[in-house]
Design a protein around this ligand. Sequence first.
Ligand code: CA
Length: 240
Amino acid sequence: MSLVLVVEDDPTIGAALESALGAAGHSVIWKRDGSTALESARAAAPDLVLLDLGLPDVDGLTICRELRMLLSSAVIVVLTARREQIDIVSGLESGADDYLTKPFSVVELLARVRAHLRRSGSEGSGNDDVSVLGSLTIDVSARRATIDGVEAPLRAREFDLLVRLSRQPGVAISREELMADVWDENWFGSTKTLDVHVASLRRRLREVADGAPTSGSLTVPVITTLRGHGYRLDAGRPTV
Ligand code: CA
């Protein structure tokens, strides 16, 4: 289990990061300004810090330098809305290990966080990257979903969607949350694309299940539609 300190004053982005990191199995402390973030860093010694550069109280680069002095071995990832190369360079010179420019997708952020934590040794050898739901196995680091050993040919977004649903099996997840986590936190367009991806994800999983050379029965999770809300991944019934 790793501890991630999120320093972000934007309530929407902060809440999205907190929930996505929590769902991915990290402990999260979320601070909205630089001075309380430094207090938390001192008290809790996080493994990784996600640091927004545009903070209300202190300049983000100053916080970055102070965090680096406090936390010699922690990974610091700078989040910047500013695309100017100079901010990225200044961030890295101030002790950051990596940066993400907003808007970024939560899936990309989680992948980055996981890679950094693995490299820095704060996370175990990564079996938590594999989830087994009945006959379905999802290997996140290999980006492979298999049913009874047969790989499902999923497109990138379909795989991301399956991973997001599988993080909380049996839990209703709203359309907005799925769009934000799988597509982009700043998604304002139609959510029709979500339905299209769910439909093709269902179809591909069913095709693999139907064609699997199994001798016994299969239990493939199903994606349940929740009208007016979103979707839920449920344990499927065993096939005969
Ligand atoms: Ca900000």
